[in-house]
Design a protein around this ligand. Structure first.
Ligand SMILES: Nc1ncnc2c1ncn2[C@@H]1O[C@H](COP(=O)(O)OP(=O)(O)OP(=O)(O)O)[C@@H](O)[C@H]1O
Ligand SMILES: [Mg+2]
Length: 276
């Protein structure tokens, strides 16, 4: 992860992972991305490997996730802190590498807030719950992650709204809930907004990384309010029309397909209800 010097408001992106974590999803902006990964060999001080992803040269990093030992936890936190000194945003996306305690993101959030850097958290399970009291500026659960966080199933937009409000009460500044084909809900201090970006069914190719693309779109549009939600929707819609986890470019965006409203269709039934 590098400071966003010269990149203006370009957010940084931190990905740690389980299974196939992905990194580098801030399309169309100069991006500096760090993946929490440890070289197969090498001293602990090299455990966080820096990847710089240049404009027009998108890459995806898929790994099975490194194994950290407890003593490496403070070093990795310090490394992120150093690299993000001048960052506008830190985006933490994915589950934690094996060996890091569930509170690692919480410590990172606390440090970022102390330093005045805004932080977006896209993770799940104990790591998400542990980080809430540290007050991340925005979290981006999908429906099943949200259901797991509140411990109950979600079948309607009303359920999603209530769950998002609950996570705000537990510390999240804003909740950007992504709902697959049903769009996204933003519950934030500035208000609650729901939006969709129409994608013809036969144009949907892959939803892998659509959530990451959405969060990137949200952050590049300022990370707050309905305009950022619209950008998140446009980025998500563009991502699903590309194969695999291919990165989109500004040319792929269709902002005219986006609808955002404060008139929430609370009765809307999720096309994929989420179980806790
Ligand atoms: N089938 C779809 N049709 C239209 N838009 C979609 C579809 N699937 C996803 N999207 C868009 O992408 C956004 C993010 O998708 P989703 O909710 O699946 O994220 P996610 O589960 O976090 O994905 P990932 O973790 O793989 O990045 C949705 O909110 C929506 O805007
Ligand atoms: Mg996701």
């Amino acid at each position: 992860m590098g400071p966003a010097r010269g990149g203006g408001e370009a957010p940084n992106h931190l990905s740690g992972g389980e299974g196939a974590p992905h990194a580098g999803t801030v399309p169309g902006v100069p991006d500096r991305t760090a993946t929490l990964s440890r070289p197969a060999q090498g001293p602990a001080s090299r455990q966080v490997e820096r990847h710089t992803i240049e404009r027009q040269q998108p890459r995806t990093t898929n790994t099975s996730g490194p194994q950290f030992c407890p003593t490496e936890s403070p070093t990795s936190l310090e490394t992120v802190r150093t690299w993000s000194t001048h960052a506008a945003w830190i985006a933490c996306c994915g589950s934690l590498p094996r060996g890091l305690a569930p509170g690692w993101y919480a410590d990172l959030v606390a440090g970022a807030r102390e330093a005045g850097t805004r932080i977006a958290l896209d993770t799940t399970g104990p790591a998400l719950l542990a980080a809430l009291p540290a007050r991340p500026d925005v979290i981006k659960p999908n429906a099943s992650e949200l259901a797991a966080a509140v411990g109950r199933p979600l079948s309607t937009l009303a359920d999603v709204t209530e769950a998002a409000q609950e996570l705000r009460a537990r510390g999240a500044g804003a909740v950007l809930a992504s709902l697959g084909a049903d769009g996204q809900l933003l519950v934030a201090e500035e208000g609650t907004y729901y939006g969709t970006a129409r994608v013809p069914v036969d144009r949907v190719r892959s939803n892998v990384g659509a959530g990451d693309a959405s969060l990137a779109g949200f952050l590049v549009a300022g990370g707050t309010g309905p305009a950022a939600l619209a950008s998140a929707l446009a980025h998500g819609a563009a991502a699903v029309q590309l194969p695999g986890s291919a990165m989109l470019t500004p040319a792929d965006l269709s902002p005219e397909a986006v609808r955002v409203t404060q008139d929430l269709p609370l009765d809307l039934r999720l096309s994929e209800p989420a179980t806790a």
